[in-house]
Design a protein around this ligand. Structure first.
Ligand code: ZN
Length: 132
């Protein structure tokens, strides 16, 4: 079976499988990555997929995946992460590092993850020196 789903005005994703469960899984994974059709900061729909490799100076190199708003006045971005088991997903919540230097989320007083920027879309704020 082949299932097509239009997730934004510009992007259609396709899953192919013999089972509904597998097709569902494929659509779920793809839609969380490709279903972001607009910048949540300024609502602009002119976005670009950015992939860049940054070689650390004597350290491990990293590959960054971002969806970037092409509105020059905005330039917000939605970053993506890859989990240890290969899941590829948007970073919608604030992160920090634990005592061992391992990435972890920031939680509020009720134990809920705190949203980064506007549903993960962040911009550099030079006044505060952080992404908001
Ligand atoms: Zn924007």
């Amino acid at each position: 079976m082949k299932v097509e789903l239009q997730v934004t005005p510009k992007i259609t994703i396709t899953a192919e499988s013999d089972t509904c469960e597998d097709a569902f899984t494929q659509l779920a994974e793809m839609s969380q990555v490709f279903g972001n059709g607009k910048c949540e900061k300024c609502k602009c729909e002119d976005l670009e997929f950015v992939r860049r490799e940054v070689a650390g100076q004597g350290k491990k190199s990293y590959t960054y995946y971002e969806l970037r708003c092409k509105n020059y006045e905005c330039k917000a971005k939605l970053k993506f992460s890859k989990s240890d088991d290969g899941d590829f997903y948007p970073q919608r919540y604030q992160r920090t590092k634990d005592a061992d230097g391992k990435p972890t989320y920031v939680f509020d007083d009720d134990g809920r993850k705190i949203q980064a920027g506007k549903w993960g879309w962040v911009r550099w704020n030079k006044d505060t020196g952080q992404e908001e």
